[in-house]
Design a protein around this ligand. Structure first.
Ligand code: SAH
Ligand code: SF4
Length: 358
C-alpha cells in the first residue's frame, strides 16, 4: 500500500480556504497586519461563504485590494451539475491541476447529506468500486475538502445538515487534511455543522482507527466491512491483506471502549453471488452481535465492474434473516443511480471524458 500521506500536493496559488486562523495569521504577517485580521478573514470565508475580498466590509479597502492582488479564495471550478429524479444532486469539480472530483448531495425528509471526496482516486483498489479502479492520483488539500461543502451550500436550495466522507478516496489515508477540514466544517466560526453529523468512512486502515480514538476526535466513524470472514474480505478488498479482519474488529472494539460514539456503523455492500448468501448473513450477525453497532446493507450499485445487487426475491430472504439481529439494520435505498451519483460509481466516467478530450 502506498503511504499517500506523503504524496499530497499543496495548492499552487495561496488560498485562505481550509487554513486555520493561526496559519492565516502567519500568511498575513509579511503584510504587517494586526493578528486579529486573521480571525476576521477566516470567518468571512468559512462562515459567511465570501467569494471575494470586497465582501469583507470590516477590512480596510487598502487591505482588501492587497489581498485581492495576492491571494485567492475559491479554487474549485464547477464543471457539471446533475440532478436526479429522486432529488440527489451530483457536482463535478475541476481542480487547479485539471483533475476532477465529485461530491453528491442526498436530500431526505429530515436531513440533507453531502457526500464528499478526500482524494483523487484511491490506492486501495476494492474490486467493486469505480474510484478504486482509477488508482491513486493525489490527496485533496483541506481547502479542497471544505470547499466542496461551501460551494454546494451556495448552489443548492437545501440546508446541509450532514457530511459523510463517502465520495472518492480513503479519508484515513489523507488523515491530517481530512481532520483539519472537519474541524473547520464543525467550528462555530467556520461552517458550524455539528461534529456528530460528520462521518469518516474507512475501509479499515487500522492504525488510523487507533489514532482517531486516541485523539478523541469528535466525529463519527463508519467501517466499510463488506465481508464477515477473512478469505472473502481479502478477495474483494486488497487492504484486508495488510490489515486482517481480526485486527480491524479489535480496533473497532478499542474505539467503542473509548465510548466515542453510541453505535459504530458498519457498511456492507450486497454483491450477489459473492457475499450475500444466507450463510454470509448469519456469519455477519454473529461477528457484529458483540459490538454496539448498526448495520447498513447496501445493494451493490451498477457500474461496469461485473457485480450486481441481489434480485428482489433474494433480498426478501436476506431481510428475513437479518431482522433477527439484535442491533439495528437498514437496507439502503439506492439513490441517484440515474445520474451515476451513487457510491462506487464516482469518477470513472469523468476520467474517461478527460482521456477522450486529449
Ligand atoms: N474509502 C472509504 C470511503 C469512500 S468509499 C470507504 O471505503 O469506506 C465510499 C463508499 O462507497 C463506501 O461505503 C464503499 O463501500 C461504497 N461503495 C463502493 N463501491 C460501491 C458499489 N459498487 N455499490 C455500492 N456502494 C459502493
Ligand atoms: Fe477506496 Fe473506499 Fe473505493 Fe475501497 S471502497 S477503493 S477504500 S474509495
Amino acid at each position: 500500500m502506498i503511504d499517500t500521506e506523503k504524496l499530497a500536493t499543496e495548492p499552487k496559488a495561496d488560498t485562505f480556504l481550509g487554513k486555520t486562523v493561526l496559519r492565516i495569521e502567519e500568511m498575513l504577517r509579511p503584510l504587517g497586519e494586526p493578528g486579529y485580521r486573521a480571525g476576521q478573514i477566516y470567518k468571512w470565508i468559512h462562515h459567511f461563504n465570501a467569494d471575494t475580498f470586497d465582501e469583507m466590509t470590516n477590512l480596510p479597502q487598502s487591505l482588501r485590494d492587497t489581498l485581492h492582488a495576492r491571494f485567492q479564495i475559491k479554487t474549485l471550478q464547477r464543471a457539471q451539475v446533475e440532478m436526479s429524479a429522486d432529488g440527489t444532486e451530483k457536482y463535478l469539480w475541476r481542480l487547479p491541476d485539471n483533475r476532477h472530483i465529485e461530491s453528491v448531495l442526498i436530500t431526505e425528509a429530515r436531513r440533507n447529506t453531502v457526500c464528499i471526496s478526500s482524494q483523487v482516486g484511491c490506492s486501495l483498489g476494492c474490486e467493486f468500486c469505480a474510484t478504486g479502479q482509477m488508482g491513486f492520483i493525489r490527496n485533496l488539500t483541506s481547502g479542497e475538502i471544505v470547499e466542496q461543502v461551501l460551494q454546494i451550500r451556495k448552489l443548492t436550495k437545501h440546508p446541509i445538515t450532514n457530511i459523510v466522507f463517502m465520495g472518492m478516496g480513503e479519508p484515513f489515508l489523507n488523515y491530517h487534511r481530512a481532520v483539519q477540514a472537519s474541524r473547520i466544517l464543525s467550528d462555530p466560526e467556520g461552517l458550524a455543522i455539528s461534529a456528530k453529523k460528520i462521518t469518516f468512512s474507512t475501509s479499515g486502515v487500522v492504525p488510523k482507527i487507533y489514532q482517531f480514538t486516541d485523539e478523541a476526535q469528535p466525529f463519527k466513524l463508519a467501517i466499510s466491512l463488506h465481508a464477515a470472514n477473512q478469505p472473502l474480505r481479502e478477495r474483494i478488498m486488497p487492504i484486508a491483506r495488510k490489515f486482517p479482519l481480526n485486527q480491524l474488529m479489535e480496533s473497532v472494539r478499542y474505539y467503542m471502549r473509548a465510548k466515542r460514539q453510541n453505535r459504530v456503523t458498519f457498511e456492507y455492500i450486497l454483491l450477489h453471488g459473492i457475499n450475500d448468501s444466507l450463510a454470509n448473513m448469519k456469519q455477519l450477525i454473529s461477528l457484529l452481535s458483540p459490538i454496539r453497532c448498526k448495520l447498513n446493507l447496501i445493494p451493490c450499485n451498477q457500474n461496469n465492474l461485473g457485480f450486481s445487487a441481489p434480485p428482489p426475491e433474494h433480498l426478501d430472504k436476506i431481510r428475513e434473516v437479518i431482522m433477527k439481529a439484535d442491533f439495528p439494520v437498514t437496507i439502503r435505498k439506492n439513490r441517484g443511480e440515474d445520474i451515476t451519483a451513487a457510491c462506487g460509481q464516482l469518477a470513472v466516467e469523468v476520467s474517461e471524458k478527460v482521456i477522450f478530450m486529449k
